[in-house]
Design a binder for this molecule. Structure first.
Ligand code: S3P
Length: 428
């Protein structure tokens, strides 16, 4: 599927974006490990979260869909999963494979896990190493660093784990394995990454303590199923936030978006670039803050994005590069080497696609420098099979002269089914 976008005058309207991807995954996984029913509303019916459902179905969990996006999980308790008969396939989803490995490490059965071509290139050693230290027997290609992965789970030992990367997937894998360890498991991370696992575990009754970058969890809790309302995904909202911010005259409201502070780096950055952005109707649902984001278009300036801000906006960097291309002056992104191990190497894929539109970009080993403010030229872009690259280039197409085509845009379904429809409704 190819997506066509033309230069647009402005974006006006009020929208909702699909449910948060990270929270949808966790609701399926933790709902499966809880006793009783977890009814998940505003669940993200994107390909990644459907992969998580399929994996847990293969381990004996029953799911019932009601309406468009409500899913009921019939949890079977911490020890209720069954050995899957076949290889578990996570498709494109890094969150599914890494978090699920933490759970599988503690099961009294054997399992194998794989995914698509992108997943099979992404680093798994960062999760396998601490899980081995906890006593699980895990192996994979290239000396246990790449999928497919084979896991013989068992009762685990608690560890004190110091993570080299600020990664919620690594932290969560160890915490989930910690559910199956006798005693207290501790995880320290160099900067705070998204904390949805901690919040949902606490909401479902786990014994978990959080202090700055340290999380402690006690094994063998009894988790009880409870209703979960998934907030709108700020990572999906980000595409429209940037689109409205870069087109003067735009006025957009995005209702009931997750505004957990571990995810709101995009708001801080757009404000630092000069965007007019307000948050209204703040509320808390199942331990997660939500609010309505109102944004108006105007002139932006370049900025510097680095340090502890990076984990708070890591998935938004592709679309932030579009704001940077339009903003006057230089935008510097550094300390973001993690971009190289996402669905694609997002430093090189975004730099390459931006250059096709005439943007001046310098690639760094841990980020990029974008010299913004010159006119963008509509052209033929490539998604590289990466949903966030595809949507970012569609947003660039709104401000580029002429027409832009994003090739192989079907990957957008990974996180944002219906993206094109929402976009076209807002264009005035
Ligand atoms: C996610 C964590 C982040 C993020 C990914 C979702 C999660 O990855 O990029 O899209 O749901 O835990 P890392 O843990 O690799 O930083």
């Amino acid at each position: 599927m190819h997506l066509q976008v033309s230069k647009s005058k402005k974006l006006v309207g009020q929208i909702e974006v699909p449910g948060d991807k990270s929270i949808s995954h966790r609701a399926v996984m933790l709902g499966s490990l809880a006793t009783g029913v977890t009814k998940i509303s505003n669940f993200l019916m994107g390909a990644d979260c459907l992969s998580t459902i399929e994996c847990f179905q293969a381990m004996g969990i029953e799911f019932v869909q009601e309406g468009n996006n409500t899913i009921t999980v019939k949890g079977r308790g911490l020890h209720g999963l069954r050995e899957p008969e076949d290889v578990l396939n996570v498709g494109n989803s890094g969150t599914t494979i890494r978090l699920m490995m933490g759970i599988l490490a503690g099961q009294p059965f054997f399992s194998t896990v794989t995914g698509d071509g992108s997943i099979r290139k992404r680093p798994m050693g960062r999760v396998i190493e601490p899980l081995r230290e906890m006593g699980a027997s895990i192996n994979g290609r290239q000396n246990g660093t790449l999928a497919p992965i084979a896991i013989q789970g068992r009762v685990l030992r608690p560890i004190k784990f110091v993570s080299a990367v600020a990664s919620a997937q690594v932290k969560s894998a160890v915490l989930l394995a910690g559910l199956y360890a006798n005693g207290q498991t501790t995880v320290w991370e160099p900067q705070k990454s998204r904390d949805h696992t901690e919040r949902m575990l606490s909401y479902l009754g786990a014994d978990i303590e959080v202090k700055d970058q340290v999380v402690k969890i006690t094994g063998n809790p009894s988790l009880e199923g409870r209703p979960v309302e998934v907030p709108g995904d700020i990572s999906s909202a980000a595409f429209f936030m940037v689109a409205a911010a870069i087109i003067p005259g735009s006025r957009l409201r995005i209702n009931r978006v997750g505004i957990n502070s571990t995810r709101t780096g995009i708001i801080d950055v757009l404000r630092s670039m000069g965007a007019d952005l307000k948050i209204l109707n703040e509320d808390i649902v199942n331990g997660e803050p939500v609010g309505d984001i109102v944004i108006q278009g105007g002139d932006l300036q370049g900025t510097v994005i680095e340090g502890s801000l990076i984990p708070r906006l890591i998935d938004e960097i592709p679309v932030i590069t579009i704001a940077a291309a339009v903003a006057k002056g230089e935008t510097i992104i550094r300390d973001a080497a993690e971009l190289k191990v996402k669905e694609t190497d997002r430093i090189s894929t975004m730099a390459g696609e931006l250059r096709k539109m005439g943007v001046e970009v310098k690639e760094l080993k841990d980020g990029m420098i974008i010299n913004g403010g010159s006119a963008l030229t509509g052209t033929i872009c490539e998604s590289h099979g990466d949903h966030r690259v595809a949507m970012s280039m569609a947003i660039a197409g709104l401000v580029a002269d002429g027409k832009t085509t994003v090739k192989n845009a079907e990957c957008i379904d990974v996180s944002f089914p219906g993206f094109e429809k929402v976009l076209k409704e807002l264009i005035k």
